[in-house]
Design a protein around this ligand. Structure first.
Ligand SMILES: *[C@@H]1O[C@H](CO)[C@@H](O)[C@H](O)[C@H]1NC(C)=O
Ligand SMILES: *[C@@H]1O[C@H](CO)[C@@H](O)[C@H](O)[C@H]1NC(C)=O
Ligand SMILES: *[C@@H]1O[C@H](CO)[C@@H](O)[C@H](O)[C@H]1NC(C)=O
Length: 202
């Protein structure tokens, strides 16, 4: 009798322990789970509203194209010029304007275009409402603060260290720019320095 009771008690204890181990196993990861940013789609078009560091405004049509290793911004500064910014993965970037007095500047950077997973390793800062959307927010190496819609996981906003704040107005996955739009004009390749005017680019 006594032996049986003891056995029953031990069995109950073991069951309770197992249950508590199981509950821990289930609840622990949920508590500790930290969201990670959605990688960028390999190809997308986004209409962007940008507030530049001196509070000047511009819109940009961004065409991100990872398979072709090309990133294009077509910037329209408020009451200013339309500026093409065509970036290649070999670090070469063409900045040019079209038209009668078109200008071109070529720059060589050490890094290529952003990889789709460029936010990997970013620090999670929690949630915040921005532009009216509840967002997860990450920061990466004091370079970018990135806001992603909690529900749709689409980017809503990103801020760069230099004060430029970018707000995503449309985000169309898979939309491509025709190649003809990214052919730098002939005057980009002219050898005369006079033809290559320096542009202020933010
Ligand atoms: C642009 O940013 C500046 C500095 O953060 C801010 O004072 C200004 O109100 C912003 N302008 C617009 C139109 O969002
Ligand atoms: C990088 O690639 C672009 C596009 O193919 C090309 O126009 C440019 O000359 C290349 N730059 C270098 C340094 O090879
Ligand atoms: C181009 O430059 C010339 C000479 O400065 C000027 O007369 C002309 O109005 C400019 N054209 C445009 C479209 O800005």
């Amino acid at each position: 009798m006594k032996m049986n009771e003891l056995c029953a008690a031990i069995a109950l204890l073991i069951t309770l322990l197992q249950v508590s181990v199981l509950t821990n196993a289930v609840s622990q990861p949920a508590e500790m789970e930290v969201p990670t940013p959605q990688p960028w789609p390999e190809q997308f078009h986004a209409l962007l509203y940008m507030n530049l560091s001196k509070a000047q405004l511009q819109i940009s049509n961004l065409y991100y194209d990872w398979p072709n290793r090309r990133n294009v911004n077509i910037f329209q500064r408020q009451l200013g010029v339309l500026l093409y910014d065509v970036e290649w993965n070999n670090g070469t970037t063409f900045y040019y304007t079209l038209g009668e007095n078109g200008t071109c500047m070529i720059m060589q950077f050490d890094v290529g275009i952003l990889r789709p997973d460029f936010l990997d390793g970013a620090d999670y800062l929690g949630t915040q409402v921005t532009d009216g959307f509840l967002c997860n927010v990450w920061e990466k190496v004091d370079f970018i603060w990135y806001y992603e819609d909690v529900l749709t996981k689409r980017p809503v906003r990103w801020d760069f260290y230099d004060g430029i704040s970018t707000h995503v107005i449309t985000f169309e996955i898979g939309e491509l720019l025709q190649d003809s739009f990214t052919q730098a004009p002939a005057y980009c390749f002219s050898t005369s320095q006079e033809d290559k005017e320096l542009l202020s680019v933010e």
